[in-house]
Design a protein around this ligand. Structure first.
Ligand SMILES: *Cc1c(COP(=O)(O)O)cnc(C)c1O
Length: 352
């Protein structure tokens, strides 16, 4: 009987599927939106000075030093900052903490595909609203009563960023529920809503160290919001795992925040490479959505995305193909180094 119960509960859940991580020599990996550059040399230095003896102790459970650093970095108070084991964990805890209404939460039909997984997992009702024909989110869709809103800005996998006025409109029309803005890609040309947390006590902004800071391997994410929201996040965290961010991750995340010039150099390098790639693709007959992220979303005028995906894979270049309605003829391509993108263009020239 017990066995049957848990089968019924979990059989329905389709877990999140991340970009594949194959072990293949000479692979050019443009499928998981990872950063092609290493983290700051300061991170390397900090890693070399880790005292292994200290690892016998639990980490700081309130990650005080990292939270101080993040508060300082964004001009906030520590009571406005929460950190977790990757932004996926922060988002998961936030869904659990804030989406408890009978009314469905609302998010776009095409967005980060982890949201429906958490809704199933935590049994949160949800509705999705279709992006318009140019793959933009329509802010008016989020005016009807709902149990909360989650918006990825810039959105994924479309890469399109919206200005803070757009987020403000959603906040103004949803004062009684929590609005989560997932800014995983904001550093690559998006507009952050962090400054709006002073004005809106219903706004939670989520960031990650995985993309722009080249630290996907250490799993650090953060969120920013009104002190009351952050207190609830801490209650939920401390009811699940009091020590989510380990000693090594805390130390390396701090070292990354200490190197603003390296951070801005690699972000600019990626933006430049992105713009060059978009131009080269245009010459080959691709139409690419305007990107504010470290990836592009592109479609070819005559060759189907699936065929291009298969061709690239034969050339050991891995991109992301989604076999889904509306976006099935698009490819999501992470921006790598200039040399990696040259290899991509050369491979596409052979096909086209
Ligand atoms: C990558 C990504 C995340 C998760 O990042 P982690 O911090 O590595 O867990 C969250 N949201 C979006 C939209 C992402 O693309």
């Amino acid at each position: 009987m017990v066995t049957k119960n848990f089968r019924d509960n979990f059989a329905k859940i389709a877990p999140y599927v991340s970009g594949e991580q194959p072990k293949m020599d000479g692979l050019i990996k443009l499928n998981s939106n990872e950063n092609p550059y290493p983290p700051s040399p300061k991170v390397k230095k900090a890693a070399a000075t880790i005292e292994s003896a200290k690892l016998s102790l639990y980490p700081s459970s309130d990650a005080e030093e990292l939270i101080d650093k993040l508060a300082d970095y964004h001009g906030l108070k520590t009571e406005n900052v929460f950190v977790g084991n990757g932004s996926d964990e922060v988002l998961g805890l936030a869904f659990r903490a804030f989406f408890n209404s009978e009314l469905p939460i609302a998010y776009p039909d095409i967005t980060y595909s982890f949201y429906p997984v958490w809704c199933e997992f935590f049994k949160i009702p949800f509705v999705t609203f279709a992006l318009d024909d140019s793959f933009r989110i329509n802010a008016d869709d989020y005016i009807a009563p709902n149990g909360g809103v989650v918006i990825t800005n810039p959105n994924a996998p479309t890469s399109i960023g919206e200005r803070t006025d757009f987020i403000r409109k959603i906040l103004d029309n949803n004062r009684d529920v929590v609005v989560i803005v997932d800014e995983a890609y904001v550093d690559f040309g998006g507009s952050s809503s962090i400054e709006l947390i002073q004005e809106y006590d219903n706004l939670l902004v989520v960031h990650t160290f995985s993309k722009s800071r080249s630290l996907a391997g250490i799993r650090v994410g953060a969120c920013f919001g009104n002190s009351e929201l952050i207190a609830v996040m801490n209650t939920v965290k401390n009811s699940f795992n009091s020590y989510p961010v380990d000693t090594i991750a805390q130390k390396l995340a701090i070292a990354s925040l200490d190197d603003e010039s390296y951070f801005s150099d690699i972000v600019h390098e990626i933006i430049t490479t992105r713009e060059n790639t978009v131009k080269a693709l245009e010459q080959l007959g691709f139409h690419t959505l305007e990107s504010s992220t470290n990836f592009i979303f592109t479609t070819h005028e005559s060759i189907h995305a699936k065929e291009i995906f298969v061709h690239l894979r034969e050339d050991k270049i891995l991109v992301r193909y989604f076999n889904k309605p509306r976006i099935g003829n698009y490819l999501r391509i992470t921006i790598g180094t200039a040399a990696q993108m040259d290899a991509l263009i050369e491979s596409l020239e052979r096909l086209i």
